[in-house]
Design a protein around this ligand. Structure first.
Ligand SMILES: NC(=O)c1ccc[n+]([C@@H]2O[C@H](COP(=O)([O-])OP(=O)(O)OC[C@H]3O[C@@H](n4cnc5c(N)ncnc54)[C@H](OP(=O)(O)O)[C@@H]3O)[C@@H](O)[C@H]2O)c1
Length: 410
């Protein structure tokens, strides 16, 4: 047996921004703990930014690459080159994984190296590890997540203060919860990329990001939130990935939840993910979904897993089709003339489409009235047809507004 101390692990760091700088500091602070846990002391072999370092040089001097640059170009090429050169890779880059997952996993398999990406979804919440490892052979039926902290902060504030979307967005930007260009977050695109990653892992199937429809929160009106409160509902931007009719459905949309739902209490810039399977019932994890130090902590956890030799399962076992038309319950907001018989006409249209009403709130507004209701679950195509029929009623004063509702009781 050799008495020689094990060699340090040389880490090549691509990107030293919010997360990269926090990672470099955490790595130095926790080097002793990493050594105690894995037997090898980590050290930085080199850092690449736009103004320092050379990728080939850093790769040659590293045992493991940590990619914290963001974007897909040149990050994709660097990650592929690193894996082909036999280096395991840790990344926090959700767009890279969501857009190029097939290619990246194939190369990781061919090269026999690990590709870890815990921080790419819900930052510090260990949801990737849980789905890949703890639930790696569990038949997961559904994953529901609040996977974007910016939109959760905005919706929580709108609900609490009654302020309009634009006003709350400015406040979120002032507090650093929203970027100067918030479009990726508020349109639901960021959440769609994260749900594509979770769905791939949960259902062991390739998920094409272009097949993940998403809606954002820009058109949410403060009065929708106020009426919904009366109906016992709170609003979240939800990502839902579920098995349906032999295929899967993966989508992102604003959605009302009843108070008993495990995700209903998640307020502010937090994330939470709920996994459902017969063998586990329902498991929900919540925590900070962003932040330099928090994200860096998840990245360091991945480094430790690689050094410890744990191999995650990222097999795609089958190609499941995307099912586009799925059932949902809806909140429906109608402005109508305040005249006898109008409610009956609305009820008739809904009845004709086999849609039944769960609860209604009615308010007078001058000569008009607002009818706000929750309808029971029906196929989305059927609900869309009912909304089209309602828009033809002569008593309707403004286009119908509607938002998904999760009706499930917990
Ligand atoms: N921030 C969070 O809370 C959070 C949470 C979860 C996941 N993530 C993910 O973590 C990753 C990093 O995010 P971040 O917030 O740390 O980003 P950031 O602050 O913008 O930092 C990016 C870093 O990468 C470097 N970089 C970018 N393009 C480069 C290029 N073409 N060549 C060389 N260097 C380049 C930048 O160099 P310069 O310094 O020279 O500009 C900078 O150091 C992203 O994938 C992000 O999605 C972030």
């Amino acid at each position: 047996m050799s008495d020689e101390a094990p060699k340090p692990v040389r880490i090549g760091l691509l990107g030293r921004g919010n997360v990269g700088a926090a990672f470099a500091e955490l790595l130095s602070d926790r080097a002793g703990a990493v050594e105690a846990a894995t037997g090898r002391r980590p050290e930085l072999a080199g850092v690449l930014t736009r103004s320092e370092g050379d990728f080939s040089d850093i790769l040659a001097r590293s045992d493991l690459i940590v990619e914290l640059m963001g974007g897909t170009d040149p990050a994709r090429q660097y990650v592929l080159d690193a894996m082909r050169a036999g280096r395991p890779v840790v990344t926090a880059n959700k767009q890279l994984l969501a857009q190029h997952g097939d290619e990246l996993f194939a190369v990781a398999r061919e090269a026999g190296v690990q590709l870890r990406f815990e921080a790419a979804v819900a930052a510090v919440i260990p949801i990737i590890r849980t789905i890949q490892e703890s639930f790696g052979v569990t038949r997961i039926e559904k994953v529901v997540g609040i996977v974007n902290g910016t939109t959760n902060f905005i919706l929580s504030e709108m609900g609490a203060s009654g302020a309009a979307y634009g006003e709350v967005l400015k406040e979120a930007q002032r507090l650093g919860y929203a970027e100067a260009d918030p479009s990726d977050d508020v349109t639901g695109a960021d959440a769609a990329a994260k749900m594509a990653i979770l769905a791939r892992l949960a259902f062991h199937t390739p998920v094409d990001l272009t097949e993940v429809p998403y809606e954002g929160i820009e058109s949410i009106q403060p009065d929708d939130l106020a009426y919904a409160k009366e109906l016992g509902l709170s609003l979240k931007l939800l990502g839902v990935a579920e098995r349906r009719d032999g295929g899967i459905s993966v989508r992102v949309f604003p959605c009302f939840l009843y108070g008993g739902h495990p995700l209903a209490p998640i307020e502010g810039p937090f994330n939470a993910v709920m996994v459902e399977a017969p063998a586990i019932n329902e498991v929900t994890m919540s925590g900070p979904g962003a932040g330099g130090l928090q994200t860096a902590s998840a990245v360091l956890g991945d480094v430790v897993s690689i050094l410890a030799g744990d191999t995650p399962v990222h097999e795609t076992r089958t190609q499941l089709p995307i099912v586009a038309d799925v059932p949902s319950s809806f909140y429906l907001h109608l402005e109508v003339a305040d005249q006898p018989g109008v409610l009956a006409q609305v009820a008739t249209v809904l009845g004709d489409h086999e849609i039944s009403v769960k609860s209604v709130v009615q308010r007078g507004i001058g000569a008009d009235a607002r009818l706000v209701m929750v309808v029971h679950e029906c196929l989305e195509s059927r609900f869309a047809a009912a909304v089209r029929a309602l828009s033809e009623l002569e008593y309707l004063r403004a286009p119908a507004r509607y938002i998904h509702v999760v009706e499930e009781e917990f």
